[in-house]
Design a protein around this ligand. Sequence first.
Ligand code: AR6
Length: 171
Amino acid sequence: MRITAVQGDITEQDLDAVVNAAKSTLLGGGGVDGAIHRRGGPEILDACKQLRAGDYPDGLPTGQAVATTAGKLPARWVIHTVGPTYTASEDRSELLASCFSESLKVAGTLGARTIAFPAISTGSYCYPVEEAARIAVRAVHDTPTEVDVVRFVLFDGHSRDAFADAVRHYG
Ligand code: AR6
């Protein structure tokens, strides 16, 4: 598996699947979530509403993942996952790691071989980016998968550097 960290916009990635840092309602929000729904168009929200009407009436639990169409995005699928909100009083690293391992499992069931991840939980959910990067890269590295390209796509230079460091150490 080839793991890389690049600076860029995840909505422009021409890979099989892009991962969305969703909220558990699956009904859109800000950050990456807002960008994916905006650029992908209403097909993604329609698919999310169907998931809510079907298998996920109470929303998607933290640490789990589910796929929809990618609408107008260059990718084929969006894999939605819900990161934990950071708190110093409780270790939520397993939940964050689960976002990556569960997304890879969903990718496997779709037959996706290439996938882009954002820096899940490091925006609105306040995870310190260096810690999140270590957790993310270790989780990807430790998950048995058919996926052979994993690209972390980071919006800002600081996050890119943190993920590039983690890839050097743990990838
Ligand atoms: N491409 C790549 N990275 C991006 C993009 C983009 N287009 N846009 C933002 N980022 P966040 P979270 C970066 O807040 O912390 C939402 O409202 C951003 O700079 O999107 O998991 C959802 O609806 C940051 O580094 O995700 C949820 O309610 C990183 O992506 C909640 O926020 C993650 O920031 C999820 O919070």
